[in-house]
Design a protein around this ligand. Structure first.
Ligand SMILES: [Zn+2]
Length: 366
């Protein structure tokens, strides 16, 4: 699926210009290093490894590069540590929108777990309201710079805690204020999604949307539970679905029942290439299952996961994939439309963004 007949060269500048859609991005994984330092100072948070901006950004990437999901998650102690006040949450959320808009993202669903930001006494509702205020502020600032971006929020519950039902209720209560859906995050091993069945049942009863982190560090059982027991509409990562795909020496591909189901039902895969390499879910970008999954026309979307820890953006993920797999503009447009089709946004608004923003944006370059 490459298109060598492109007119515009695949420069970072051009990649930033085309419209992009992001479905899997963690608010506490996307702070500006300078902001981490300034917030730590304001809050009296003393645990940062360094207060030098360049050193700190390097430290986040190196610590996240350790090769295991568990140590990757440790870097979040610092980002969450400085996001414990309303002012901090508003600032982080507003800057997130500005950064995404500057990168050419036109629609983003950004997620976070409200329960991680209550250490200094904020209520869960206060956390949600501060982040929504920050997103609205960020949309305003982006508009002032001539960038139109629309934000949706996903509220996560942490797998290792037991607050999923409570968070699911908050997601439903705030759905008319910009909360688009729900997710569970945190360590997969030992915490199967079925531990939170009550939350998923509540969401389904209320016609609410949810995705589940599954098939990142852990295999097919986790994906199967997320879809067939919990009713996940999308899979956070989902890359281990390749374990259910066999390839003969002559290149013939066989899909198992679960892989077929995921492809037939067009279940979106929120794939985060750089993050997967850092956590060891893929050996390298060139070895990443996204190549095979895209060739087989799974509903593949490209995502950043944690921009700070991976030192990435939507544009840099596209550029990295272009290097590894020879992708071009028509592939980028396909990933972008896949993502827009899979968003937890009303159908008419998705269609509007596809027809009036995304397609015209690519038509300019392709
Ligand atoms: Zn994630």
């Amino acid at each position: 699926m490459s298109d060598n007949a492109t007119r515009a060269p695949l420069t970072m500048e051009n990649i930033r210009r085309v419209p992009k859609v992001l479905l899997h991005d963690h608010l506490d994984g996307g702070l500006r290093p300078r902001t981490v330092i300034e917030l730590a100072d304001a809050l009296g948070y003393r645990d940062l490894p360094t207060t030098d901006v360049a050193e700190l950004s390097r430290w986040f990437r190196d610590a996240a590069d350790s090769g295991s999901l568990e140590s990757y998650l440790e870097t979040f102690a610092h980002t969450c540590g400085v996001m414990q006040t309303e002012e901090a949450l508003v600032r982080v959320a507003a800057e997130c929108v500005e950064d995404l808009a500057a990168d050419g993202v036109v629609y983003a669903e950004v997620r976070y777990a409200p329960e991680l930001f209550v250490e200094r006494g904020l209520s869960l509702d206060a956390v949600v309201e501060a982040v929504q205020a920050g997103f609205a502020e960020g949309e305003r600032r982006a508009a002032q710079q001539g960038k139109v971006i629309r934000m949706g929020t996903l509220l996560c519950a942490m797998r290792q805690h037991a607050r999923a039902a409570e968070i699911a209720e908050i997601a439903v209560r705030y759905r008319d204020s910009g909360v688009a859906g729900f997710d569970i995050a945190g360590p997969e091993a030992g915490f199967p999604p079925t531990r939170n069945l009550d939350a998923f049942e509540y969401l389904r009863t209320n016609n609410a949307h949810f995705t589940i982190h599954a098939g990142e560090a852990f295999g097919l059982a986790s994906i199967w539970e997320a879809i067939q027991h919990c009713g996940a509409e999308r899979l956070g990562h989902g890359v281990r679905i390749v374990d259910d795909i066999k390839r003969d020496p002559d290149g013939t591909v066989h899909l198992g029942r679960l892989a077929s189901y995921v492809r037939d039902r067009r279940i979106p895969l929120e794939i985060c290439p750089s993050s997967n390499v850092q956590t060891g879910a893929a050996a390298s970008i060139a070895d990443h299952p996204i190549g095979l999954l895209a060739d087989l026309r799974f509903r593949v979307t490209v995502n950043t996961d944690n921009r700070l820890m991976s030192g990435c953006s939507m544009s840099s993920e596209f550029a990295t994939l272009a290097d590894a797999f020879g992708y071009g503009w028509s592939d980028f447009q396909w990933f972008t439309i896949n993502a827009m089709k899979s968003a937890f946004l009303d159908f008419d608004q998705r269609l509007d963004l596809i027809n009036n923003v995304i397609k015209p944006g690519y038509a300019e370059l392709v």
